[in-house]
Design a protein around this ligand. Structure first.
Ligand SMILES: [Mg+2]
Length: 363
């Protein structure tokens, strides 16, 4: 595939409300939009700065600027290019994700296929949760009601700052909103092993589907202990960035489930490498997101369609933003759908991208 040109545009869009989790609070979501041109078509991706891979908008711009030199005018094969860049820029995972996603959108458009068809995937609507940040109990209940009314079938509740208040918030959703809706929780590394085990025990009667990352990244013995002793499945998120981490976690039986995020694993190529590990071990996964705009969420939805081991989706960051820069990623009857057209199945609204452009130079 001959790449003629690569462009990148940093954008900033505010959320409707400050999003608070155990590791911090954010109002604005920054992304770098990536546009690649080749063989008469255009592919889109985006990279999202985040604290898990320790990337900023400035570092992403710098990395993509370096990749631009390596890709323009070249005839590339995506996986080869990906491996070359992982070696050259090992710390720029989200930046590479943005380029990798744009390349898959382009490749699929050139071949007249939808992205999941490049991996023998099967079309389906993707049930996504809606996430509720850390907030007081009454507001938590109000948000849970609102999201159920909008048709969401699962809620992910952020916890991790106050064990007993967390339990009261979750119990309030069960008692006041719904005894049956799927409820997932994410502690974002907020607990010690002792607290996490106490939490698991106390949540037993609330029918929680899984608990995400209760333990600090780096404490893998702790993660394994909680996973082995908890009756509620434990999902690793911050502890697994790429297929090598997935292999270590699966081999050592450190978690029951894995959260695949394209910003951590450097895009669709890295996501597929994780899926291969999970299929080998028979471990299931979720596709998750950072503060992303739609192209990378659509890419994660396509990845979901390529493997039966991906059972859950937490693809909701775009719902939190005041405006969207795309069309075609529809939420209907509790499910997300990409359009039946080649590529990622979305359209990028370039006037909106321009409207939210940030004036920022690479670091
Ligand atoms: Mg998480």
């Amino acid at each position: 595939m001959k790449i003629e040109k690569l462009e990148y545009i940093p954008i900033a869009i505010d959320r409707s409300q400050v999003f608070k989790i155990a590791t911090g609070s954010e109002l604005t979501a920054e992304n770098v939009m990536v546009k690649v041109h080749g063989e008469g078509k255009v592919g889109w991706g985006n990279a999202s700065p985040n604290s898990v891979t320790d990337e900023t908008t400035g570092s992403i711009l710098k990395a993509i600027k370096a990749m631009k030199k390596d890709i323009e005018g070249r005839d590339i094969e995506i996986e080869e290019f990906w491996m070359e860049q992982r070696e050259k820029l090992p710390d720029d995972r989200a930046a590479l994700a943005g380029v990798d996603i744009a390349l898959y959108d382009l490749k699929a458009k050139i071949e007249g296929k939808r992205v999941f068809e490049l991996f023998d995937g099967r079309e389906k609507g993707i049930v996504t949760d809606r996430t509720i940040g850390i907030m007081e109990r009454g507001e938590t209940v109000q948000h849970a009601r609102e999201f159920m009314d909008q048709g969401f079938k699962a809620l992910k509740v952020k916890i991790g700052l106050d064990l007993y208040e967390d339990i009261r918030r979750l119990k309030a959703i069960r008692d006041e909103v719904s005894p049956t809706l799927d409820m997932w929780v994410d502690a974002n590394q907020g607990y010690t092993v002792k607290e996490a085990l106490s939490l698991c025990q106390k949540l037993n009667e609330l029918d929680i589907e899984f608990i995400e990352q209760p333990i600090m990244v780096g404490d893998e013995d702790g993660l394994k202990e909680v996973s082995n002793r908890s009756t509620i499945p434990i999902m690793a998120d911050e502890s697994i960035k790429d297929h090598k981490d997935a292999e270590r976690i699966c081999y050592n039986d450190m978690a029951d489930l894995i959260n695949i995020k394209l910003m951590k694993c450097s895009g669709i190529t890295g996501g597929r490498k994780i899926v291969e590990v999970l299929e080998d071990y028979g471990v299931n996964a979720m596709v998750g997101c950072m503060g992303e705009v739609v192209p990378s969420l659509a890419a994660a939805a396509h990845l979901h369609m390529t493997s039966g081991n991906i059972r859950y989706a937490d693809l909701d960051s775009h719902f939190m933003l005041k405006e969207t820069v795309t069309s075609g990623f529809e939420f209907k009857n509790g499910k997300l759908w990409t359009m039946d057209q080649p590529g990622l199945g979305i359209d990028v609204l370039e006037d909106k991208v321009e409207e939210y452009r940030m004036e920022l130079d690479p670091e």
